[in-house]
Design a protein around this ligand. Structure first.
Ligand code: ZN
Length: 154
């Protein structure tokens, strides 16, 4: 398990140093803000949509290492996917960080996102890891109210 946590730390550090898709898309088809008051993480997600396809995704924000790394990994995971595929990933990711889906034994489509499974050991960090995903889902749903993790169950 030491190797796994080392890998986890390396990936988090790498995504913090070089966040992927850390950009404003202007004009964007959707722009959505999210906030995690427990930790102070803030994020804005920009989407470029072509029918049901997520053609491009960018994010801006400030927050802890886990929220930023998770947002960076989220953008690479959903870019080029359909809304339905992104919803499925949201659901699987959410269940994984809450400890309801075990990536080693349950079927899933998470790929490299499973590196963040370690978050389930740190309940206070679950909202940091899931903020970008909640914000993405709100953006896809087209509701413009700021997402707050206080209003979600996790
Ligand atoms: Zn945080």
């Amino acid at each position: 398990m030491a190797d796994l946590s080392e890998l986890y730390q390396q990936v988090i550090l790498d995504h913090n140093k070089k966040p992927r898709n850390f950009k404003v898309i202007n004009p964007a088809d959707r722009e959505q803000e999210g906030y995690n008051p427990l930790c102070g993480d803030q994020i804005t997600i920009y989407l470029k949509l072509s029918d049901d396809l997520i053609e491009d995704v960018g994010f801006q924000g400030s927050g802890c290492a886990i929220s930023k790394a998770s947002a960076s990994m989220m953008t690479t995971a959903v870019k080029g996917k359909t809304k339905e595929e992104a919803e499925l990933l949201f659901d699987e990711f959410h269940r994984m960080v809450k400890g309801e889906l075990n990536p080693e034994t349950d079927p899933h489509h998470l790929g490299r996102l499973t590196i963040l499974a370690g978050v389930r050991e740190f309940p206070a960090r679950v909202k940091c890891a899931s903020l970008s995903w909640h914000t993405l889902r709100a953006a896809l749903g087209g509701n413009n109210e700021t997402v707050s993790t206080e209003l979600t169950e996790e």
